[in-house]
Design a protein around this ligand. Structure first.
Ligand code: KG4
Ligand code: ZN
Length: 348
């Protein structure tokens, strides 16, 4: 519909420079430039390298997004930008660029939460999100279970990881196995030929006493250590490491805990919609297991296609268009970039 808000979204919180254009629930453009190859040899994202790459990529990525959408900046109703959480220097590049564009084109500016944007992107594929919904957010930097009463402002944190994020666990285990960075995709691929029941790895915070104290929290550090010990023992014994079985068993432990806690949260809060977002939501086993567990529990499962799960500009535009439609006031032009922005703060 032509009267739906046309919003441009800018994402620079980590290693992807993303600019997306969305009209209402429709994705018009999703331009992306990644610095992932520049970080690979360090085994993790190097903040200074990421910031410099954003600086070089932001203007060309912006041009590509506008071209692909077939619009000019003057046509948009608003600009949205990730204000946090993320790497401080990387966020600053996007926020500064967004302020410049907003000021130059005289457009309202929304500084938005990256994690809420990971939830909002699902609107582009499955339409308006029923509320309340439970959101499972699993990325390289975060793992959280959220109660979403209103994506435009009322989000409650039910639990989060107490140590490593789920994506971080994939990245660290991949490194241990000699697989490239980021580790999620190669582990996902290696696991296809493996037996998920080959090795019984621990399920963090899932014993009865841990469940009582941390029903919706996660812990992946013990799992990572268990994988490391297992690999060390094999190598010490001079035996080969069965990468496919190991990847499948590790992936199973992560997917098992994430999905069982998400389904438990839906049941406890009487919520019948579960949305999963963030880079780890691209994982094939997590997607399959979530589907298997949600069906019998009467829960409607929504997971965006893998390309929209990892960081991109469309997710920021998707949240922006939702905020405009909901009548939320824009941010001030001096809005800060906040590397530790709490998940409950949807707009700054
Ligand atoms: O959301 P995202 O793109 O960036 C952050 O906000 O962190 O998530 C990146 C994370 C990385 O840790 C990466 O290994 C993981 O998502 N990831 C996956 C898969 N694809 C990306 N993890 C498991 N399976 C995948 N297929
Ligand atoms: Zn992310």
């Amino acid at each position: 519909m032509p009267d739906e808000p046309l919003v441009l979204g800018i994402e620079t919180s980590c290693d992807e420079t993303g600019v997306g254009v969305v009209r209402g629930h429709t994705l018009l453009a999703d331009a992306l430039a990644s610095s992932v190859a520049e970080h690979a040899r360090f085994g993790g994202v190097v903040p200074e390298v990421a910031s410099r790459a954003h600086l070089a990529a932001i203007v060309p990525t912006m041009r590509r997004a506008l071209d692909r959408a077939g619009i000019r900046l003057a046509d948009v109703d608003a600009i949205a930008v990730t204000a946090g959480p993320g790497l401080a220097g990387a966020l600053l590049v996007g926020v500064a660029a967004a302020k410049g564009y907003a000021l130059a084109a005289d457009k309202p500016l929304y500084g938005v939460n990256h994690l809420a944007a990971h939830v909002a992107v699902d609107r582009l594929e499955h339409g308006p999100l029923p509320e309340p919904a439970i959101a499972l957010l699993v990325s390289g930097g975060h793992s959280a279970l959220l109660l979403v009463d209103d994506l435009a402002g009322r989000v409650t944190a039910l639990g989060a990881t107490i140590d490593d994020a789920a994506g971080e666990a994939f990245d660290k285990v991949a490194r241990l196995l000699g697989l490239p960075f980021p580790g999620g995709p190669p582990i996902d691929r290696a696991a296809r030929d493996g037996d998920p029941a080959a090795i019984g790895f621990p399920r963090g915070l899932s014993l009865p006493r841990d469940l009582a104290a941390h029903p919706y929290d996660f812990s992946f550090s013990g799992l990572k250590t268990a994988v490391a010990r297992w690999v060390e023992a094999r190598r010490r014994a001079g035996e080969p490491v069965p990468v496919a079985d190991l990847a499948a068993s590790f992936q199973e432990a992560v997917a098992d805990v994430l999905t069982s806690k998400a389904v438990a949260a839906c049941r406890a809060y009487g919520v019948s919609t579960l949305v999963i977002g963030g880079g780890v939501a691209a994982n094939s086993r997590l997607r399959a297991l979530a589907g298997r567990r949600c069906g019998p529990a009467g829960i409607t499962l929504r997971i965006p296609r893998p390309g929209l799960c990892t960081d991109n500009g469309a997710m920021v535009a998707a949240l922006g268009s939702h905020l405009v439609a909901a009548g939320v006031r824009p941010s001030r032009l001096d809005l800060p970039a906040d590397s530790a922005l709490p998940v409950t703060t949807v707009t700054v």
